[in-house]
Design a protein around this ligand. Structure first.
Ligand code: MLT
Length: 262
């Protein structure tokens, strides 16, 4: 793990392998270890950069709101620091919101896009209210309540019952998140722009991946992105829910490797 100061915070990151660069952006409330199975699969042929977004993992939390654009600017500043001009940019869930904001701000820096278990739409009014309630809960009680509520949605029932190792890994990742950082990310997600109209402007090869049983960002949301982005590829991962890259790493990595080598 390395750390560097970009914008107003110290960012923790891992930069492994050599070859064409890939930047992988984790979701909420996770950290860069979300991508461990992909880093292992890719680092012999690619330079893989994973980072802890502000307020997550070992990266400092900033007060207030972590907007998707601010986090995209952090990614861009980190790429500057590491002298990565262009990269394949991918994100899962909130990481996908950040990846879309990154493409909006820095399209010239994106070689290809990976959008995993994510969506282009903004939050509904009801979702914004729920985010505000979750902010209150996290700041009052810490992460445990949110983690317990999220876990059954992140993994399929079969994985929850048969893979305690995966459940433990996700629980520990989320419990490690700084409550102030999680609250800032929730506020940022509630404020994020709707990217639906911009999908038609995406003109880089794009892979969309989604777990077939994902209840948080369902397959229908991925189908909308697939319809919106000309020439995009949609892969639905069997026996997987929201963190399809952790639940079914072989299927996920196969789709990603085929996409990268094309
Ligand atoms: C995530 O996994 O990043 C979040 O669940 C996304 C969201 O809450 O919209």
């Amino acid at each position: 793990m390395a750390k560097t100061r970009v914008n107003d915070i110290e960012i923790a990151y891992e930069d492994v392998g050599c070859g064409p660069a890939i930047v992988l952006i984790h979701g909420y409330p996770f950290n860069r270890s979300l991508w461990a199975d992909q880093v292992t699969a890719l680092a012999d042929r690619y330079r893989v950069l994973t980072l802890d977004l502000r307020g997550h993992g070992e990266t400092e939390a900033s007060v207030g709101t972590s907007t998707m654009k601010l986090m995209a600017q952090d990614v861009s500043a980190l790429m500057d620091e590491l002298r990565i001009d262009r990269a394949v940019v991918g994100g899962l869930s909130m990481g996908g919101y950040v990846a879309l904001a990154f493409y909006q701000l820095f399209p010239h820096r994106v070689e290809k896009l990976l959008l995993a278990d994510t969506r282009a739409q903004a939050d509904t009014k009801e979702a914004k209210v729920t985010r505000a309630e979750q902010v209150e809960q996290i700041l009052a009680e810490g992460m445990a309540g949110i983690v317990n509520a999220m876990l059954p949605k992140l993994l399929s029932p079969e994985t929850v019952s048969k893979r305690p190792d995966i459940v433990k890994r996700l629980r520990e990742m989320m419990m490690h998140t700084n409550p102030a950082g999680a609250a800032a990310a929730l506020r940022g997600m509630a404020e994020r722009e709707d990217q639906t109209e911009r999908l038609s402007q995406v003109n880089v090869p794009t892979l969309i991946v989604v777990g077939k049983e994902d209840p948080i960002t369902p397959v229908a949301d991925s189908e909308k992105m697939h319809d919106g982005i000309a020439g995009s590829q949609l892969v639905v991962i069997e026996n997987a829910s929201h963190v399809s890259n952790i639940e079914q790493p072989e299927q996920f990595n196969r789709a990603l490797q085929e996409f990268l080598s094309r």
